[in-house]
Design a protein around this ligand. Sequence first.
Ligand code: PLP
Length: 428
Amino acid sequence: STSLKEDDPEVFHLVQREKWRQFSCLELIASENLTSQSVMEASGSPLTNKYSEGLPGVRYYGGNEIIDQVEVLCQKRALAAFHLDPQVWGVNVQPYSGSTANFSALTAVLAPHDRIMGLDLPSGGHLTHGYATAKKKISSSAIYFESLPYRTDPDTGLIDYEGLASNAAIFHPKLVICGASAYPQEWDYARLRKIADESGALLMADIAHTSGLVAAQEAADPFVHCDLVTTTTHKTLRGPRAGLIFFRRALEFRVNQAVFPANQGGPHNNTIAAIAVALKQAATPEFKQYAIQVCKNAVALSQHLSQSYGYKIATDGTVNHLVLWDLRPLGLTGSKLEKLCDAVNITLNKNAVHGDSSALSPGGVRIGTSALTSRSMNEHDCRTVADFLHRACQIAIAVQASSGKKLTDFVTALEGRADVLALRKEVT
Ligand code: PLP
């Protein structure tokens, strides 16, 4: 067959434009990264053509001799990358994404209506950890299980372990979930284990955001204390879009059954091959250096914003790849700064900060350094990025003062402004 360019120029050009966007913008979305060429080659390979329901050696389809080898290789590399003893830990590499990995993990160890406790979404937790609002159960993890979230302290932004422990003593969860989408500090896994044990609960860590740092041993090791560890593969781990579930061997059968046939069909073998490639990379000294630099860059960016410009950073800094910038003292919403940044080719996202009651009108933005570091940026570069962010923020404050509070008016007022155009030109 012919190339994409010849076969479907419309899609080809959209791909080219997105590629250009990714490299001409400053990509600060904390859940994103830039994968290597080899990961993309495996991801776009003929392995996408094959059906292989089941596990290596026990498939529902013929012709899986090579696919079996790919999946076993991926499993081995996953255990090696996270320094795990294969006697104690196993891994399922088939989840299509972090969300399906989490739901499969939950259904593996829980019955319908069993109780779970995860970090609340406005505190930085993920939807799939039992998110519900006062009015509605949003995530299927809250619809099919009874969820009582724990929170961060509204003053410090740090996990309120005491609140979690006292509620757990009343609620008696079957599963405690730790891990977050927007938490810039380290987790106290030993303390969480103790809280879980007091209720006879299992402990699961979702390290989607920090798994690259965990593999590089630049973040605390959740495996020592947890029964299950889930992750996405496309954030700090720098792989294709997918998920992994690590389980203690006693849970092997239940986890594998939960992935297939309970929640998924045929594995995406092209993706599994691409995960294997990323995991090989994650076990190298170069990746360790990358992970160290990701954290140094986040610290440099955070410190420049707080110390040079006096902005408020949630939890007063970061120990990982992300910075939560609290905009509330400026009277600005996360949505407005996000829109302003979009207009100047800086990509980041609005995010709740501690004390925000709702995720719908967040008081801050989340900034990540994984993608910038993949582009070889260092602390000096990240301070320049912080300078850009400062200018963006000042423009946003000025635009808000002249356009009123509504987001639509704000966006209209951005058009054609000389300071916006000048900043966009410099960023690009
Ligand atoms: N878990 C956490 C902590 C996440 O931050 C995310 C996504 O951002 C997910 C799970 C879900 O991953 P996916 O988008 O691949 O379903």
